[in-house]
Ligand binder design. Sequence first.
Ligand code: C2E
Ligand code: CA
Ligand code: CA
Length: 715
Amino acid sequence: MIETLKDKPTYLLVVDDDPAIRLLVTESLVAHGFIVEQAETGEQALALVAQQMPDIILLDINMPGINGIETCRQIRQLYTSALHIPILMMTGLDDLDSIQQSYQAGASDFITKPVNWPVLAHHVRYMVRASNASRQAQEHAQETRLAAEVFANSSDAIVITKTDGVIINVNHQFTVITGYQANEVIGQNMSLLQSQQQSTAFYQEMWRQIKKTGKWQGEIWNKRKNNEIFPEWLRISSIKDQHNNNSHYIGSFFDLTQQKAQEKKIDNLAFYDPLTGLANRQLLTDRIKQSISHAKRGQFNCALLLIDLDRFKTINDSLGHKVGDFVLTQVADRLTQFSRDVDTIARYTSDEFVWLLTGLSFDAEQYRKDVEIAAKNVLAKISEPLLYETHEINNFCSIGIAFYSDNISAEQLFKQANIAMHAAKDKGRNRYELFHASLEDKEIRRFTVQSELQKAIERDEFELYIQPQVNIESQRIVGGECLLRWHNSHLGWVSPADFIPIAEETGFIIELGDWVLDKAFQYLKNWESTRFLQRFDCQYIAINVSAIQFAQADFADKLIARITHHQLTDLSQIELELTEGCLMHRSSDAIYTLQQLQALGIRISIDDFGTGYSNLSYLNSFPLDTLKIDQMFIRNGLDDPGNIAIVRAIIAMAKGLNLHTIAEGVETEEELALLRAEDCQIFQGYLCSKPVPLKEWEALLESNNNKINKLNLKV
Ligand code: C2E
Ligand code: CA
Ligand code: CA
């Protein structure tokens, strides 16, 4: 401030070797309100300046040590922050030379000795004021320069308007963002940029805030010169004049377009599946929660369809990931096509899709009907064949359906759909199941079985039993089927009918199947050395092979490596029981694999024949040895003429193809008599023996020299 003396006292440093001068300066200035500090030499003066910046310095020219001119020069050089301090040189010499030198050294003015004491205070005060004023002017100019620089180079667009919104200046960035040159907008109203995206209420609230607090900031959509509407972050401040009235507004803003695009990209990654573009798990979960809360409020009902592609893994493994991805995107497209906009279709895991149906009725009958129609549509749509290059791919799916009920959570709804989906798979796939409570207990057991299975091999919990196959005519055991038995410490005996499907689903069947092959080959190797089987005219041991095992591209190679490892020589002792499912996919590969195996002498039988896809004509193309008539026909009763007709047809067809026939599940003499009458060659079933452990099997062969008579028959 210019009126320094009024505010705070002026601090003056007087430097003179003459104590009288110092005393007189001090006396005359203290009386005028100055604070005076004294220094005797130039060196002392320099030290004092460093400690406390004086407001003004009186400096004698003629001093011992460094003289006043040199002291002045050093002050100016050493203390750049002291550049504005006026230095008054005092000299008794009226010579121009030292005056000139003083100015060159940075002095501000000079006074001559003898000092005119009455005017000294005025002189000093004037010097201080003049120095302050010039300093402030300099600072102000600097500030103005800086402000102009900030305005011009700001990365925010800046616009200055009068209070009526008329633009008086804009910066370069304004042009960059809006496309308007300064001369096109100066004089125009700010409303030029309005996009009509905000309501009148929005603007009213904005101005209310500016009036109240002088500021506003927020997101707003404006319009560029090319009419493009864009989002920006806008700050508005009002500027007041000296009477505290609004004189101007300053608006500064930056473009949010890119940031929004980036956010959207991140959103997409976070909420959508990149392969299919469907909602992902997270978005689905949100939508389920939303739908549940709508249902809770009685607005509309919802239901969940969990759609799992059957045997997708086989497609992926046998035809490759590219084809797998193709199938998934096609399935996604089909699901999206016929779902409604209000619904959510999501990809949940690799081959699991979810259809969240919303907007459904609360009328129980209508509700259930609508959901079942949706499920039937999915089954029909998914099973339409897909064409990939020249491949025709058939897909099927299993669907679990969960219905909304009071107080159900999103997790529960999903879990129920999952349980129902597994039930659909258990019941033979390519179908849907509705969730009901009794499924849940089954699911818990299923989960336990799954986790216990993983550890069962290392815990040595499996055993391979053998069940005899008997020639009906000779009544001698001609072969035996290896059947897995599993005893788990928590679960007790678990039936293969329970754990084999789970092992197939989890892929564990490959490891387990290898274990079975090794075990069976061990048995065979031991018997080979003692010619045990030959002694009793027993010809082969049958081993069950799952479709998943058989689908491995290197199935035959691995099998041959195993045979070599176990040093088996007579491969005609090995029979592989395949299901019709093995032959369904990859037909040409399957034929090649079978040919390879048959060339080695390995026998091939088709298990559970008559239940599957039963397109009998296709059998012709496969190299086979035996058909095993499914036990269902015998279990359902051979007194049923329908069943007998089927059995008869199978036997006739087998004969035509030059194949053996085995009837499974034979429990009674009557059944056996009937099969004999139909000319079936071999039977297997409790009538002869249940599947038995190794030792018992050996005993069976040995007893009565492998002649099954009434004594051996165990029911
Ligand atoms: P499968 O291959 O059809 O096996 C025949 C099933 O019928 C066996 O059931 C056997 O114990 C049962 N059985 C035999 N005779 C009779 C009878 O007279 N009456 C009745 N009611 N049943 C009889 P199990 O051992 O429970 O095996 C069930 C299924 O599990 C097998 O059906 C087979 O598909 C599968 N499995 C068993 N062991 C293996 C294995 O080592 N590998 C593979 N991949 N699957 C296996
Ligand atoms: Ca079998
Ligand atoms: Ca069977």
